[in-house]
Design a binder for this molecule. Structure first.
Ligand code: DC
Length: 227
């Protein structure tokens, strides 16, 4: 007697049809990371904060005494770093955010990080990824694309509170300057600039608390899944 064969999955089988990939893009401190984490928990999906990858490259370069504008060294670093080797508190610091934005403008760095991100999105029942180019470049076929934004002043207030909570005291005006500079660099670079995908849904969180923003994000996901 032959053992029963498992059905070969096709695009029509429910398991694959239900695969859910959520792309969450937006500028620095827009709340996209918190929303992506909450969506991932809600739908039982793994979450990748892709900004951390750029932060890892920047931190590895700084620790090795390399110049951030050395494109060859940056590409080599991006091609072979160990994601488990970094302390999250250091990665999340203000200076590393700025440094990450510098290395993220190097096309070879972006190229070297594509496979890690796409592999993550392609595994298991789906995934939530947040960043700047998830809906446009990394996962153009994502089930749902959110573009999360808020005014620069509101984002600076949030980042100010977040950094203060971690003991990093920086004047609000300096953080607002950081945010404006990063917006300009991330949106103005030639490769994979921060841009809302044509089929993304805009979620402006300027006037929303976290629970309201999360409810709005869930409603967008449910609307897209139903469609
Ligand atoms: O999301 P974050 O603030 O941790 O990102 C740090 C920097 O990394 C950001 O200023 C630009 C860059 N980045 C990017 O270019 N593409 C991504 N998908 C994620 C981050």
């Amino acid at each position: 007697m032959t053992a029963p064969q498992a059905p070969v999955p096709t695009a029509q089988t429910p398991a694959l049809a239900r695969r859910l990939v959520i792309a969450v893009d937006g500028p620095a401190a827009s709340g996209k990371g918190t929303l992506a984490r909450r969506l991932a928990r809600h739908y039982g999906l793994p979450h990748l904060d892709t900004g951390l990858l750029y932060r890892m490259v920047a931190l590895a370069m700084l620790d090795a005494g390399l110049r951030l504008d050395d494109a060859e060294a940056a590409a080599a670093t991006a091609a072979g770093f160990d994601q488990g080797a970094f302390e999250e508190a250091r990665l999340r610091g203000r200076a590393i955010g700025e440094a990450a934005s510098v290395v993220a403008a190097i096309p070879e760095v972006r190229q070297a990080l594509i496979a890690r991100q796409r592999d993550f999105a392609a595994a298991g029942p789906g995934a939530v990824l947040d960043g700047r180019d998830i809906g446009t470049v990394i996962c153009p076929q994502a089930t749902v694309k959110l573009f999360v934004t808020a005014s620069p002043e509101i984002r600076a207030e949030r980042r100010h509170r977040e950094l203060a909570g971690r003991g990093e005291t920086t004047p609000y005006a300096a953080i607002l300057d950081d945010i404006r500079r990063r917006d300009a660099r991330d949106s103005g670079r030639g490769t994979a600039p921060l841009r809302m995908a044509d089929d993304a849904v805009l979620l402006d969180t300027s006037a929303l608390g976290i629970e309201e923003a999360f409810a709005a994000a869930r409603a967008i996901v449910e609307g897209r899944r139903a469609a």
